[in-house]
Design a protein. Structure first.
Length: 215
């Protein structure tokens, strides 16, 4: 059976695209750019941000290994809806928009995979909007840390690490740095996390999962 999952789109880029290495802070494209290249993350993390009021940036997605992004502009040629920035040393597959369209037009199974990839992105966006309107910052903070936590170690001891600054976390949550700081302080006081420079250590990921549940 043909692969009709969103991972089939990433596989297309791996088979026909060009590998590109990125340093922290490198920009793949900017909001309103006319470029139509499509990307799949190989390693690292890519932050998608939009300009918000007061010069702030609002994080609309964080793409990790296997995630496809940039495909919307390849379909509608309406300009980039966000800016893509590497959060850490990363690598991506890059494919021209024309090659991407040729592939999904000639391969129905791939077209279905592309639609499913877009549907997944839409569901994530809808869930995030609903959470922002109805859930406390503390709940959203716990959920985000739970999702972003990656296995790591400190002084030889295994732990969970979230490589993000408080400002980046606030932008991602769509709230103020002060509100985010209060939520982190509560988690720190409970012994669930330890905050550091540009990263957080998660000592009890299960506790984050409990706190992340809708109230």
């Amino acid at each position: 059976m043909p692969n009709t999952t969103p991972t089939a789109v990433a596989a297309l880029l791996a088979d026909h695209g060009t590998r590109r290495a990125l340093d922290t802070g490198d920009v793949l494209f900017r909001e309103a750019d006319a470029s139509t290249r499509v990307y799949a993350c190989i390693s690292g993390r890519i932050r998608l941000v939009v300009a918000a009021a007061g010069g702030r940036e609002l994080v609309i997605a964080v793409c990790g290994p296997g995630d496809v992004f940039g495909d919307v502009t390849a379909l509608d040629h309406a300009g980039r809806s966000a800016t893509a920035v590497a959060m850490e040393p990363s690598a991506v597959w890059e494919l021209s928009g024309d090659a991407y369209l040729d592939a999904i037009v000639t391969e129905p199974a791939l077209a279905l995979a592309a639609l499913r990839s877009l549907a997944r992105q839409l569901r994530r966006a809808n869930a995030r909007i609903c959470a922002g309107e109805t859930e406390p910052v503390a709940t959203r903070t716990a959920r985000m840390l739970h999702e972003l936590a990656e296995p790591g170690s400190v002084a030889g001891e295994p732990t969970w690490v979230v490589s993000i600054t408080q400002t980046e976390l606030a932008d991602w949550l769509g709230t103020t740095r002060e509100s985010t700081a209060r939520a982190l302080a509560m988690l720190r006081a409970a012994g669930i996390i330890t905050t550091g420079r540009s990263r957080l250590l998660v000592h009890d990921r299960d506790a984050l999962a409990v706190l992340a549940r809708p109230t």
